[in-house]
Design a protein around this ligand. Sequence first.
Ligand code: KIV
Length: 287
Amino acid sequence: MKKTVPYIVNLKNKEIISMVTAYDYPSAKAASEADIDIILVGDSLAQVVLGHEDTLSVTVEEMLHHVKAVTNAKPKPLVVADMPYMSYHVDLADTLRNAAKFIQIGKADAVKVEGGSKRRETIQALVNAEIPVMGHLGLTPQSKNMMGGYKVQGKTLELAKKLFEDALLIQELGCFSMVLEGVPSIVAESISEALEIPTIGIGAGKSTDGQVLVLHDILGMKSKEYVDAKFVKRYSKQYEDTVEALKSYKSEVQNKKFPTENHSYAMGADLQESLEEWKKEIKKILS
Ligand code: KIV
């Protein structure tokens, strides 16, 4: 069964929501088979798969390429496309055109935008255009220059209050759910209790209505020198396994252990009968 926006909203207070990022066809297939609730084609792909320093330089066209790869897998999880930096900051007409690309061409089910009261008109316009919106509050990576880096948000009473008010506001504007990233657990818990829509936490403790992690963090698809954020838990060691597999492949290729007969095509009966003739043909071609 395909998971829809009302289905996700209805999970609140019934089941904890699972969300992961996926940026391509095989990952979307795997997330679907694992019965994950939401796939986020996150702008984190800028760092995770394109190797950029932050999320700020990824474009709508680059994101769209990955959204299409994900939806080509026809996954059962709800697919949310992350609106990249500057795709919803200039004017509303541009915002709507960009979001519509993710829905019409990318076949995503919803979009995600970062920010609270500053995004009032943006969220309103998207919802009025029948585009479901997931909000994103707290440590919003697209604001990293304004925040002076990736810093936990809402740590003082005043800032926690602002976060709380923003959460109520974006619910009122029509967001169907929201990510709470990098906020103290107690703040995330109070917001989650007060809202009717589900909250999905990342670095926000265990009391949110769901959790999200970046797929490559879950899989451990990161080289040794990469330092994980405090909230990351690796469930696999795919980077090391990949290096080992590639070393084995190289060694077998060099030692002529791969390919074996099992990985090779046999000649047809016809060619077998005329093998001598074939050898003569080759000599003729080479002479
Ligand atoms: O882009 C992303 O992966 C995200 C999640 C961390 C929520 O926004």
